[in-house]
Design a protein around this ligand. Structure first.
Ligand code: HSE
Length: 288
């Protein structure tokens, strides 16, 4: 059995901790034979555990503590700590693992709820489970999710070499915003989503670049964001925004402009990885 979970980009600018989009990079987990102890083989380096302390297995055991240990093999082309949902993908893989091995028959809604409890916010885990664009509100007593198709566009990601931990990127955010600022920030997010629902990426892109919740506070951690934004805007992109907590920059552009923008981004920093991705429409999948 194989479990495949997509990468995700969160926020889309002003949809902070609420909006996310699934993308075509994957964590792939092969579930192999039963063993005495959990083993997870991978080539991601010493920082990622090979035993039951791996987040995938820890998550699975939270849902199904009596699971029989297995040998697992993980391959992952989602770069860690870059704002592309690698930890959410691991959490969702753990939920799918428990669901399959313990026959829990969880609904997608239950999977999203459990994953969001672990991650603290639903913007990465919801599209990792459901695919495509998901707009969510995780409240204290309940949660709400709307999945929708994202408009047709080319999607580029500029992935810097250096990692940025989400905790560090959240530590620079303010504790409070004034009522007036919060109303404006919310209005910008509302127009962004309304424009996406109308397939109007020109307007959505303008709103994506006017976030008031997080990007300006994070700018000293991601100085390349504004430069890339200026450059890609001149070349006809719809928008450039921080992918999740960064440092990756996500660029939406008309297809016919994508090749030129991709080439410019490669010149901008030749240590960065620049990729053209698509929207993943299906979310986490089990292949038997
Ligand atoms: N919405 C989150 C943030 C995504 O921007 O901090 C990263 O987990």
């Amino acid at each position: 059995m194989q479990i495949r979970v997509p990468a995700t980009t969160a926020n889309l600018g002003p949809g902070f901790d609420s909006c996310g989009l699934a993308l075509t990079l994957y964590l792939v987990l092969d579930v192999l034979e039963e063993t005495d102890e959990w083993i997870i083989e991978h080539t991601l380096g010493a920082g990622i555990p090979n035993d039951a302390s791996n987040v995938i297995i820890e998550t699975a055991l939270r849902l199904a503590p009596d699971l029989v240990p297995h040998r697992l093999k993980m391959t992952c082309d989602i770069p860690p700590a870059r704002g592309l949902g690698s930890s959410s993908a691991a959490v969702v893989a753990g939920i799918e693992l428990a669901d399959q091995l313990a026959n829990l028959a969880l609904t997608k809604q239950e999977k999203v709820r459990f994953a969001a409890e672990i991650e603290g916010h639903p913007d990465n885990v919801a599209p990792a489970v459901l695919g495509n664009l998901v707009v969510g509100a995780k409240l204290d007593d309940t949660d709400f999710y709307v999945r929708h198709l994202f408009p047709d566009a080319a999607i580029l990601v500029f992935i810097p070499q250096a990692e940025l931990l989400t905790a560090d990127s959240r530590a620079v955010l303010p504790d409070q915003l004034s009522y007036k600022d919060a109303v404006q920030a919310s209005a910008i997010a509302n127009v962004m989503i309304a424009a996406v629902l109308q397939n109007d990426l020109k307007l959505a892109g303008q709103m994506m670049e006017r976030d008031r919740w997080h990007e300006s506070y994070r700018s000293r951690l991601v100085p390349h964001l504004n430069e890339i934004r200026e450059q890609t805007r001149k070349l006809g992109a719809y928008a450039a925004c921080l992918s999740g907590a960064g440092p990756t920059v996500l660029i939406f552009t008309p297809h016919e402009k994508a090749a030129k923008i991709l080439a410019e981004l490669q010149h901008y920093d030749d240590t960065a990885t620049v990729l053209r991705l698509e929207v993943d429409g299906s979310g986490a999948r089990i292949i038997k």
